[in-house]
Design a protein around this ligand. Structure first.
Ligand code: GLA
Length: 384
């Protein structure tokens, strides 16, 4: 992607870029819709990345082009919010300036990415975090990973208005090849855990739009549940902090929809911590069982799955996969399938055939490779 971004920069702006940054997409192994509820998540960075090449422009102005739409955007970023990709970039620039990292010479950016949009692989975090690295480098600052995720988060949450949690930006910044990251979202504590399993990624091709999907509604439902549960536990800060041994009480304390959401979040919290312990001990078989349980809870209680995802998970189970589940926000996007390496062909063909029979088209099935976290990209021929 680096070469593509450099070529696009030259072709668009007529000069070479001076600085660059990149960040990966991610899969979430387990721990879905727990992050904004103060629970644990277990994402892993993937080998697909977004690369941003940058150079100085005009003070107060940001110009953006990406290989995705090839439309050149130009905004006075302190005055206009920007739309689409440019909106995310403006969010990053403003968040950096809030941290005292000023773009005195404005910026020109060229973006190349092989992280698909809307597939549940956190393409927007790959965009914001890579942009944060590139713009900070352009401003002469080496960005610390713990600031990079915060800047990415503020851009998406505060500026673009998706009420996301902190998982995607954190894994984009801290990802480590061959490792899953256990992140406890209420404390920010992290732990790298080696991942030695074999995963297939099945992209259903069904695309969601986070900002307009049920995502913000779910978040509001979780907040309403916390509000109600405070009547019995006045100190309850996050839904995920509801005690696991008091799950049965939720049925009495909450109306049906809020009850289902809360049961998912508290149950998923327990599952995710158990899954992290299993992964540490190399117990992939039991880990896979928790993936199936997580999917079922997402489908039934959180209602964030889709018929295409459910079919993939069922077919994977029939084909003897160790585990399978949707990954990311849901309502479409991709599923993860945990397999024994020798079963790759068998499991893929069972899933493909079942999917084609039901939906009349093939899903994209690929082996999943883990990747490294965000970094500054050297631009050949410069000191940047
Ligand atoms: C999206 C959000 C994340 C997280 C997941 C669901 O990817 O950006 O913060 O909430 O959905 O687990």
């Amino acid at each position: 992607m680096t070469r593509e971004a450099i070529a696009l920069f030259r072709e668009t702006f007529g000069v070479a870029p001076s600085h660059g940054g990149s960040a990966p997409g991610r899969v979430n192994l387990i721990g879905e819709h727990t992050d904004y509820n103060g629970g644990p998540v277990l994402p892993m960075a993937i080998a697909r990345r977004t690369v941003v090449m940058a150079g100085p422009g005009q003070p107060g102005v940001i110009e953006v082009i990406s290989t995705r739409d090839r439309e050149r955007g130009r905004v006075e970023y302190r005055l206009e919010p920007g739309k689409g990709t440019t909106g995310f970039v403006v969010g990053v620039a403003r968040a950096l300036e809030r941290q005292g990292i000023a773009l005195t010479a404005g910026a020109r950016l060229a973006i190349a990415s092989d992280v698909p949009v809307g597939a549940g692989l956190a393409s927007s975090a790959a965009l914001t975090v890579s942009t944060a690295y590139a713009l900070a480098a352009l401003a002469g600052t080496k960005l610390a990973a713990k600031l990079a995720w915060l800047v990415g988060y503020q851009a998406e949450h505060d500026h673009v208005g998706v009420r996301c949690g902190t998982m995607d930006q954190t894994i984009a910044a801290l990802g480590k090849k061959g490792h899953a990251l256990l992140l406890e979202c209420s404390s920010g504590a992290t732990k790298q855990i080696p991942f030695r399993g074999t995963l297939l990624l099945v992209d259903t091709g069904v695309r969601h739009d986070l900002a307009h999907s049920a995502f913000n509604t779910r978040r509001a439902e979780c907040e309403a549940a916390v509000e109600k549960l405070r009547e019995v536990h006045p100190g309850l800060r996050w839904l995920a902090l509801w005690p696991a041994e008091e799950i049965p009480r939720l049925a009495r304390l909450l109306p049906p929809t809020l009850r289902a959401r809360a049961q998912h979040v508290v149950g998923e919290t327990v599952r995710t911590r158990a899954a992290a312990r299993l992964l540490e001990r190399g117990r992939l078989g039991n880990f896979g069982k928790l993936m199936y349980q997580s999917h079922e809870s997402c489908r039934r209680r959180y209602e964030c799955s889709a018929p295409e995802l459910d079919l993939v998970v069922q077919a994977a189970r029939r084909a003897g996969a160790m585990g399978a589940r949707m990954t990311g926000a849901g309502w479409g996007g991709a599923a993860l399938v945990l397999i024994r390496p020798r079963d790759a062909d068998k499991v893929s063909s069972v899933i493909r055939a079942a999917f084609e029979r039901r939906f009349g088209r093939a899903p994209a099935i690929t082996g999943l490779e883990s990747g490294a976290g965000a970094r500054v990209e050297k631009v050949p021929g410069t000191n940047g």
